[in-house]
Ligand binder design. Structure first.
Ligand code: SAM
Length: 277
């Protein structure tokens, strides 16, 4: 087939299981690219076979990326370079962002061919709020580092998305329950494949379920946002007022506490005057 692609970098999303999810445009780009930068040439060879094409492949993965990148950037001046990962969208918990950065710096055209991404697919399955979400990829495997990473995001008012493996799933769910509270969650597994499922429940029920039988296959954990903070009580107001009065005059202290806790300013001012008197 004649190559009609303009030189540059083409970021090509590929299926996460079901080959039917390869878009016609992704297929066209892969058929016409001068070279396909791949994580694992055996995996991508299977995909290229599926669409009946043979293209030159160049391994581009965490262990050789720094050495291979300058050559790929140079080729983009006159050739169409496609980047794929083993599955899903390149750059998402996969190599590629430095390639895009350097391609841009060199003034090359960068085009994306969007498609499957396990994180987004899981979000659409879990039935949890989708208006705000935060993707964390893989958490550290060591318990202490994992707990620290979880603590960093505990206050974020958004649905959280993690990638995880079967053997570590139950421990990870327990750590999430410990660090985030027992929130609603979903475990999406083998998305787009024969045994696709999304099991929902609280983090502790899911942790117990998977402790008995660690699941096989690929997994995304989706965790709902924290619940609304309970409304401030009069005791909260009193404590905050006493503290504010150590720094501020009564009217300012009442104003600060009213704003912070959503309580009545006049009542707080009256109480502040009592406390002062
Ligand atoms: N770039 C990919 C994407 O766009 O989703 C993700 C690559 S990351 C190295 C691989 C992880 O994605 C897996 O360990 C798993 O957590 C998740 N994943 C990939 N395919 C999946 C699938 N079909 N079902 C559930 N999770 C999947």
């Amino acid at each position: 087939m004649e190559n009609t692609l303009a030189p540059g970098l083409y970021i090509v999303a590929t299926p996460i299981g079901n080959l039917g999810d390869l878009s016609p445009r992704a297929s066209m780009i892969l058929s016409q690219a001068d070279v396909v930068a791949v994580e694992d040439s055996r995996v991508t060879a299977g995909l290229l076979r599926h669409i009946g094409v043979k293209r030159p492949m160049l391994p581009y993965h965490d262990h050789n990326a720094d050495a291979v990148r300058p050559g790929l950037i140079a080729r983009m001046g006159s050739e169409a370079v496609a980047l794929v990962s083993d599955a899903g969208t390149p750059l998402i918990s996969d190599p590629g962002y430095k390639l895009v950065r350097d391609a841009r710096a060199a003034g090359h055209m960068v085009v994306t061919i969007p498609g499957p991404c396990a994180a987004i697919a899981a979000l659409t399955l879990a039935g949890l709020p989708t208006d705000r979400f935060f993707f964390l990829g893989f958490l550290p495997s060591k318990a202490h580092a994992r707990a620290e990473a979880i603590a960093e995001v505990a206050a974020i008012r958004a649905t959280l998305i993690f990638y995880e493996s079967g053997p570590r799933l139950s421990a990870c769910l327990s750590a999430l329950a410990e660090g985030l509270g027992d929130r609603e969650a979903g475990v999406a597994r083998e998305i787009t494949k024969k045994f696709e499922e999304c099991v929902t429940g609280t983090l502790t029920t899911l942790a117990a379920r998977y402790a008995e039988a660690p699941p096989k296959g690929e997994i995304v954990i989706v965790v709902g946002p924290p619940g609304e903070a309970p409304p401030a009580t009069l005791e909260d107001g009193e404590a905050a007022l006493v503290e504010a009065l150590t720094r501020l005059p009564a009217s300012k202290a009442a104003g600060e506490v009213a704003k912070k806790l959503g309580l009545d300013r006049k009542a707080l001012y009256a109480r502040a005057m009592e406390l002062k008197g």
